[in-house]
Design a protein around this ligand. Sequence first.
Ligand code: ADP
Ligand code: ZN
Ligand code: ZN
Length: 680
Amino acid sequence: MKLVRVALDVPLPRLFDYLAPDANPCDIGLRTSVPFGSGNKVGIVLNVTESTDQPVAKLKEVHALLRDMPALPSSFLAMCEFCAKYYQAPIGEVMAFALPPMLRRGKLPKARKTTPDLTRQNVVATPAKVDGGRKTSGQSVPTVGLPPLLVAQAAAVDAILNSRGFCAFLLHGVTGSGKTEVYLRAIASVLERGGQALMLVPEIALTPQLQARVAARFPYAHIVSAHSGVPDAARARGFLDGLEGYADIVLGTRLSIFMPLPRLQLIVVDEEHDASFKQQEGLRYSARDLAIWRAHQLDIPVVLGSATPALESFFHAHSGRYNLLELPQRAVAEHLPQVRTVDTRREKLQDGLSQALIDALTLRLERGEQSLIFLNRRGYAPVLSCPPCGWVSRCHRCAANLVVHLADKRLRCHHCGFEAMIPRNCPSCGNVDLQPFGRGTQRLENILAERFPKARISRIDRDSASTPKKWQALLDAIHAGDVDILVGTQMLAKGHDFPKLTLVGAIGADAALFAADFRAPERLFAQLMQVGGRSGRADLPGQVLIQTDYPDHALYQALEDGDYGRFARVLLAERQIAGFPPYSFQALLRAEARTVEDSLAFLAIARKAALTIADPRVTIYDPVPMKMQRLMTLERAQLLVESTNRPALQAFLSKWMETIYSQRKVGGLRWHLDVDPLEI
Ligand code: ADP
Ligand code: ZN
Ligand code: ZN
């Protein structure tokens, strides 16, 4: 009697057995369509066996083993299994997540028009018309038409290409230091050897610019883009191209870490510190951490690149676990932008702008150069208030203020999406003179327009660039030189080169200095460094002005000196004293319910269960309401567990989850576990 053991997309941490008379061992990894409950489901065969602990008479037979797609390789299944175990998620849910939706439904995209030639040579050959390049030592790779690498770049490429088997590299270099060039040379060599390369980039950095750069470098390679904006059929096609070995390079966001690539020889994670590599809902995995695991499993090199590495990566690189590669200078522009703080304690600001910033803007306008003012807060004003009675615009579903959006006369909650018209008068006392309080990008745009009436000003945030098309139009306008002053959020920070941009001003940055989240300063440094790096990328020197009330803060001091390492060491010392990551490992159990008492009660039960299986190496804290307690009408609380020993924490978590899994949805209460949470 032949049976298959199937992973199905259901919220249960188990597999399901079905009769499958014509199954054979090489069917592991096939999709299968099976009856489930009163309907059907498509799952993945994880085992072909003859024995079961279920009563045989009750077993149903599969409808079909779907042989129209090659079986998923064991390395793919192993990664899903690891992911399920590490993040304490049901295996069927992980596999369903890892597959493109179309394949998950048991369908296939249209057949290819032409069958790619897998025996083709010269995937990396540069077009013959470019010539005159010089070869750099230690490579076999065609570098015709490319500039010679800098010494540090060449050393990095050599180290990556000469690594034997698994090796994790941290490529640390400021924006413009030539990290991407290092990736491209390493990828070229991998393709030359007949391998496949996977390059992960943050959500926001997968720009047409980057795609074009990769495509131009490898005109004969098959490049697959994988991100959430790719339409269903194309995503499934890309997955199959990877699986069947046709794809040479996969360029994608976090979800592409799951892409099966039988000849994978190199993984690159660009901007590895970026928070978007960690999914914040559903399966809360870290694509960066999975990249390390996958490279280890396949015994291949993995390169993490950043100007401001995550403290975890910085720590590993400096303690010898990762191999540190540093690019100390910019590849083209002579100088890094000059970074200077503007002490705002001694000055009466004009609509939030310091005289130094106004002067610098004026100078850029006179010279016909571009400026960027970075304010990481969209909308017109963070809150609408009634000064006489003290009313403020609050979201009734969240513990948050409603943000004033004057452009379309609405109040919006940035957490749950609730919106309403701006009231004519105060809902509480009837006063007609309501005041927007504070400043967002829309207001800053107006302020600048009043102060610089001749300047062409463009705002870039999630409201103005709400679709890829609008975003592209804005970028085109900037590149065409139709914009003098850009006002924007962190959307502008990544992956864009603006050759005429010579000034970056940052306002309102101090808020993150004293945030409760211990990762906030690390993130602020990265943001400011990244946004500052937008200036002076071509032949014009750049300047960065940061308005602050705390010019002596270690963060700003290190930023002025362009010395991330110094600040990282300060932060590491603080984390060591506090016992925070990377000196410990954490997991958060979060609960949400109609009342915070319900959430806390559930967590109290979970804590009790935890104490009975407690390992002395694991610390179990008390349940507490979350910082932002109410979200979308639900009251949220959390329970932190922590250990300096990762295997001990892992073992504890599996046991713990077993005891509380059955209570996944009790009486309107929902909970989830977040392993290695980014926000506490
Ligand atoms: P990063 O990824 O660190 O921001 P890039 O690889 O994008 O840096 O390099 C920044 C700019 O310098 C790009 O325009 C790139 O083409 C150029 N560049 C990189 N390496 C060299 C080199 N060795 N010689 C000349 N130009 C280079
Ligand atoms: Zn809300
Ligand atoms: Zn009022």
